[in-house]
Write a protein that binds this ligand. Structure first.
Ligand code: ATR
Length: 280
């Protein structure tokens, strides 16, 4: 699709151009806010990414989302903010006074979703984060930034948890899966950033009965929408924050940067994306 010369448009750059919910989300906001603009998917192979990004404006785009496998390259080609730097990856590009800037909106997507779904979650002194991949980096940065004193970081490959912890200082304590049982009673917040529990992946086996009263449970997995972990937490009466909420909240800032209005995550938008996920 060619970009409209007169109306502002943003795009999602990926390879392969996987089915993404971003066009659905951004077009919903454009429509409901009455903004004339566009959002398209651009399939760009790694070798062409640099050229594509350097000509982003010439192609008529006011900015872009960036996904696998381009997030690190996007960081290197732009002026990143503190979040993108800390996460080591950029997922959102925009122009400020002609300069290509970048951020990582997973950080605020995670935090704002927690604020919306489980207000008061940040009373937790200690958090337990499962997984030490790219998504975990954004989560850990957000938690430390928000003042959580201790983040216990558990990963199958402990060396990866150690490397991530090393980057964030003594507030992040690496651990192996064998320590989960011992850590659960201390965790005011439990976050799953691994792919465990996702459709087609192995189960995530966590005994939520071991969490303290009032603990909050977040899962980044959103297929299925309600993971086994979230269902168990809710059955125990604990507050939860789901992966779809994070996906919707992380889209807010990009839209605001490109189109100049801060959109809302509404129940109508959520229902729209839920319906799309069911038909995927
Ligand atoms: P993302 O960007 O979504 O975080 P990633 O960087 O590939 O993706 O990280 C996936 C996370 O899920 C990692 O923490 C991974 O653990 P390893 O670092 O040990 O690979 C975790 N993960 C994936 N499959 C897992 C499994 N079967 N058991 C335990 N952890 C798993």
């Amino acid at each position: 699709m060619t970009t409209a010369a007169r109306t502002p448009a943003a795009c999602l750059i990926g390879w392969p151009a996987a089915h993404s919910r971003s066009p659905l989300i951004h077009r919903y906001w454009l429509r409901t806010l009455g903004i004339e603009g566009g959002y398209v998917i651009e399939a760009v192979p790694p070798d062409d990414f640099r050229d594509f990004v350097l000509r982003l404006s010439l192609r008529g785009f006011v900015g872009a989302n960036v996904t696998i496998p381009h997030k690190e390259q996007a960081l290197a080609l732009s002026k990143p903010d503190a979040r993108a730097k800390a996460v080591g990856a950029a997922n959102t590009l925009w122009f400020r006074d002609g300069e290509l800037c970048s951020t990582n909106t997973d950080v605020e997507g995670f935090i704002n979703n927690l604020d919306a779904s489980a207000p008061g979650w940040d009373k937790a002194q200690e958090a337990l984060v499962l997984g030490a991949g790219g998504a975990s980096r954004a989560v850990v940065f957000g938690l430390i930034d928000r003042g959580i004193k201790t983040v216990h970081l558990v990963n199958r490959t402990v060396a990866r948890a150690q490397a991530l912890a090393g980057q964030f200082g003594s507030g992040v304590q690496p651990a192996g899966w064998d320590e989960v049982e011992k850590l659960l009673p201390r965790a005011g917040l439990l976050v799953n950033t691994t792919s465990l529990g996702q459709h087609g992946q192995p189960r995530l086996e966590i005994d939520v009965a071991r969490l303290p009263d009032g603990a909050v449970v977040a899962d980044l997995v959103y297929v299925p929408l309600q993971t086994e972990l979230l269902a168990a937490a809710q059955a125990r009466g604990l507050k939860t924050a789901d992966g779809l909420g994070m996906l919707l909240h992380q889209a807010v800032r990009g839209f605001e940067l490109w189109f100049g209005r801060r959109p809302q995550v509404t129940s109508e938008l959520r229902a729209l994306v839920e319906a799309d996920l069911k038909h995927a």
